[in-house]
Design a protein around this ligand. Structure first.
Ligand SMILES: Nc1ncnc2c1ncn2[C@@H]1O[C@H](COP(=O)(O)OP(=O)(O)O)[C@@H](O)[C@H]1O
Ligand SMILES: [Mg+2]
Length: 243
């Protein structure tokens, strides 16, 4: 078992799920300060929205939270453990995190049922358990009836629901979503957000979601704003360009 997955018992009650500690991520030899000295704490059961204009650093932060990228300076702690000291980030990511992206990233040659099973190959489930669990997840997202369909036969809203089922494959402690309704019409977007509400409320899933939409952020319990690589817990002042 990965050290980051080990429950910390009573200490786990006090330790935040995520602590971002003075993290910076610069590109182009420091010319682009995508994130500049950002700190943030996310507790278990939080539903956090990240807002900010294009290019402000939102995806950079989400990629760091998801261990898809590493900070130049600072540290990200998950359950109190620094990610920079984790030796198997692939396994950690697969077993602990779920990702939902604007563009779904379903594998086009696999059915919905097969796509949902992909992350389970990293876990202990055998073939039959994988299929059963994937069926259950497709039911959860209201997609049982399309389990044998290829992604191209599904509407964009249906594709995103399959992608959410896939993100839940290994019962993640944290669901990271980068503009999950960005490619959806308002009705499909509302269905996806209802699903997030349900996962948060009824399953206690911790969610960090990037959005441009205030109505999307309103679903979350807490919102932070990123502007030019700086994070703020309060919205930008009126008339300020960022926001
Ligand atoms: N791989 C990269 N190489 C160079 N610059 C990058 C890279 N990724 C992001 N950036 C830059 O970092 C800044 C923040 O990008 P990003 O986090 O994608 O913003 P957002 O998600 O808020 O639109 C932007 O100026 C972007 O051009
Ligand atoms: Mg982005």
């Amino acid at each position: 078992m990965n050290e980051l997955e080990i429950s910390l018992g009573s200490k786990a009650e006090e330790t935040p799920l995520i602590h971002v500690d003075h993290v910076s991520r610069h590109y182009d030899d420091g010319a682009v300060k995508a994130l500049d000295d950002v700190s943030l704490t996310v507790r278990r059961g939080d539903y956090l929205a990240i807002m900010g204009p294009s290019g402000s650093g939102k995806s950079t932060l989400l990629n760091l939270l998801g261990a898809l990228d590493r900070p130049d300076t600072g540290e990200i702690f998950f359950n109190g453990h620094g990610l920079s000291r984790c030796h198997d980030l692939d396994h950690f990511r697969a077993m602990t995190l779920g990702f939902v992206f604007q563009s779904f990233y379903l594998l086009p040659t696999l059915t919905a049922l097969e796509n949902v099973q992909i992350p389970m190959f990293e876990g202990p489930r055998g073939v039959r358990q994988r299929v059963e669990h994937a069926r259950g997840l497709l039911e959860l997202v209201g997609m049982s009836h399309r389990s044998q369909s290829l992604p191209m036969k599904l509407s964009v809203g249906e594709r995103q629901r399959v992608a959410i089922a896939r993100a839940l494959a290994n019962d993640p402690q944290l669901l990271l979503a980068d503009e999950p309704t960005g490619n959806l019409d308002s009705k499909s977007g509302a269905l996806v957000l209802d699903l997030f509400d349900c996962l948060h409320r009824e399953r206690g899933v911790t969610i960090v979601l990037i959005t441009h939409g205030a109505e999307v952020a309103a679903r979350a319990g807490r919102t932070v704003w990123i502007c030019d690589g700086h994070l703020s817990e309060s919205p930008p002042a009126r008339g300020q360009s960022c926001g």
